[in-house]
Design a protein around this ligand. Structure first.
Ligand code: ZN
Length: 291
């Protein structure tokens, strides 16, 4: 028996399979991501609390002697166990490793994959049908988000996706839509572009702000930032039924004052490159807006 397994046994540490399950639940609770395990990271203590670890279990350290450098390296056994559990999940393709994730998001985090998201829902007994409405990040969705954020702004934008009919892969569509939603909400800083409503907290398992298609999805509107705008539920509904639209004025957009008389403009993203495209807005004004 190895030195590490002996210590795990002596201290009656939780089994790795249990830690893996706890990690999946924790990932779900934290929006799909947790930081690398290190001293002082809240998630390390949160997981220890979950298992009601005693002080000895929390502080036990593995000692490795580095002969060359003639020094002793100490690693907390609990950190080690967490790492081993997360690493096993990564090997199963259930989470992405911090090195992988950081290439995508710049943050060294363990992140759920789509497979891991499904598994986390299953063990938490949350119906799979709720997946689309949960603000949980996944590696695949994050890839879509990155692609949307990096997309160059086309001058002559075509807001319709004429190829969509040919795409029958439901799962792919679902991932793309979740990516669209996340990218739109993020660039609008989680606020409704019209009224500025922002309700969200890490514990809140649903967005109040929604990502609206300007050319609706049903009319083959594209799932990208040039055809998207963040709106609260009320303004989303009002926009979809054509109670208001957007104006172009001096190259900028202003809100038609159908509902918000006192307001002069809408809240747009900081980066102009991701503003809604005028071709989408013109279509909305022409076909949806009740003039
Ligand atoms: Zn609103």
């Amino acid at each position: 028996m190895s030195y590490e397994s002996r210590m795990l046994e002596q201290l009656a540490m939780p089994r790795r399979a249990e830690v893996q399950n706890a990690l999946l639940r924790t990932l779900l609770k934290h929006g799909g991501v947790v930081k690398e395990f290190a001293a002082g990271e809240e998630v390390v203590d949160e997981l220890a609390d979950r298992f009601r670890l005693n002080p000895a279990q929390r502080t036990a350290a593995l000692e490795t002697v580095y002969r060359k450098e003639n020094r002793l390296k100490k690693t907390l056994l609990w950190h080690r166990l967490l790492f081993r559990a997360a690493d096993a999940l990564a090997t199963d393709g259930v989470v992405s490793r911090p090195t992988q994730t950081s290439r995508l998001t710049g943050k060294r985090e363990w992140m759920l994959t789509e497979k891991g998201f499904d598994e986390a829902l299953r063990i938490s007994q949350i119906p799979a049908a709720e997946k689309d409405s949960l603000p949980i990040k996944s590696y695949e969705v994050q890839k879509v988000v990155k692609k949307l954020l990096d997309a160059p702004r086309p001058e002559n934008y075509q807001p319709f996706d004429s190829t969509r009919k040919l795409v029958k892969k439901i799962r792919e569509t679902a991932v793309r839509l979740r990516g669209f939603r996340q990218a739109v909400i993020e660039v609008y800083d989680f606020r409704c572009a019209v009224c500025g409503l922002k309700i969200n907290s890490p514990d809140n398992l649903c967005w109040e702000v929604e990502a609206a298609h300007i050319v609706p999805h049903a009319s083959f509107g594209r799932d990208d930032l040039f055809n998207g705008i963040a709106l609260c539920r009320f303004h989303h509904w009002a926009f979809d039924v054509g109670w208001f639209s957007l104006l172009e004025r001096w190259g900028d957009y202003e809100l038609i004052r159908a509902l918000t008389e006192q307001q002069t403009g809408i809240r747009l993203p900081r980066r102009r490159g991701v503003y809604p495209h005028i071709n989408s807005i013109r279509w909305h004004r022409q076909f949806i807006f009740c003039q």
